[in-house]
Design a binder for this molecule. Structure first.
Ligand SMILES: NC(=O)c1ccc[n+]([C@@H]2O[C@H](COP(=O)([O-])OP(=O)(O)OC[C@H]3O[C@@H](n4cnc5c(N)ncnc54)[C@H](OP(=O)(O)O)[C@@H]3O)[C@@H](O)[C@H]2O)c1
Length: 286
């Protein structure tokens, strides 16, 4: 890794931020491409977010990723946002312009679609309805991406029905809200199932869902990537579904930011996946 006095700088802003895999993945790409640069974790409390963002141009940063709990607040804290960030209602990538202005965008939907296309290359939007479990920030990015890709029916199933209704309304006529109690029925004739709730994540309750109504040709994807094989993906794989894990979404969403900050379009490769997984194994073991 090359880090001289004129190294390019970027980082991830979160609170807490220690769990983030972004430093490992961006620093892997920096080393792989022999770029003079470094990407660091920035633990920033919500009360300091705006001040930290305003500081970035003055201390030589090319930009930053923004993660939990700052994604919505960052939308209002940057100088300009693109249409995608506005529709998703959150910023996950900030780019410092040559004029020092902060531009905010959101690459979560891009990461989701690229991961889906890589993991399930035969899936096409015309295959049929998509079911999204959850109506939080990730669900919003996934719903916008699927609607833009041309999926004709998006069923949004959420524990808090009014959040599902609000998200469906924001997406438009292709989306409709479904009560959490109806989640098993929502799978009928679906071609894609995506879990964007926290259920199934390490330390969270399991997702209770009967897959019987889901056609076997449907692709099943999980945004959760700790564990990599969630109980949902294990159950779906056992039924013969093509399954797509959440780590690829994390890796792909990082690509546009890296290219903007460091000037090279990076690739998501098996070696990158392995390097990021290895740091997770080391963290769990220590
Ligand atoms: N792979 C990636 O790159 C990537 C990127 C971003 C996030 N993620 C993962 O996606 C997940 C969601 O993140 P987020 O930022 O979207 O979170 P969020 O905005 O807080 O949304 C959480 C969602 O989980 C639901 N939920 C929470 N507890 C529940 C329970 N006990 N029963 C049913 N539903 C429950 C919430 O429902 P209510 O509305 O009823 O509260 C909401 O829909 C996390 O596991 C995160 O790690 C992955």
């Amino acid at each position: 890794m090359i880090v001289t006095g004129s190294a390019r700088l970027a980082g991830v802003i979160g609170w807490p931020v220690a769990h983030s895999r972004s430093p490992q993945l961006h620093n892997y790409w920096l080393a792989h491409h022999g770029i003079d640069g470094i990407y660091i974790p920035l633990a920033v409390a919500p009360t300091h977010l705006r001040r930290l963002l305003r500081l970035l141009p003055g201390i030589g940063f090319s930009g930053a990723n923004v993660t939990v709990p700052h994604k919505q607040a960052a939308l209002a804290a940057v100088d300009e946002t693109d249409v995608l960030a506005q529709r998703i209602g959150a910023v996950n990538t900030v780019i410092v312009g040559e004029d020092g202005r902060l531009r905010g965008t959101n690459t979560d939907g891009f990461g989701f679609m690229e991961n889906l296309r890589q993991g399930a290359p035969s899936w096409v939007p015309a295959d049929g309805p998509a079911v999204i479990l959850g109506a939080g920030g990730t669900a919003r990015a996934v719903a916008v991406a699927l609607a833009d890709a041309g999926v004709a029916q998006i069923r949004i199933v959420n524990r808090t029905k009014r959040r599902a209704t609000r998200l469906a309304h924001a997406i438009g006529p292709v989306a409709r809200p479904i009560a959490w109690q109806r989640r098993a029925h929502a799978l009928e004739a679906a071609a894609l199932l995506v879990n964007t709730t926290v259920l199934g994540m390490s330390g969270q309750p399991a997702l209770s869902l009967d897959l019987a109504a889901l056609p076997v040709r449907a692709v099943v994807s999980d945004a959760v990537y700790t564990p990599l094989e969630t109980p949902l993906l294990a159950a779906a794989a056992a039924r013969g579904h093509v399954v797509v894990d959440g780590l690829g979404m994390l890796l792909h969403q990082a690509r546009p930011g890296f290219e903007a900050w460091f000037g090279v379009a990076p690739e998501v490769t098996p070696a990158l996946r392995e390097a990021v997984l290895e740091t997770g194994r080391v963290a769990l073991a220590s």
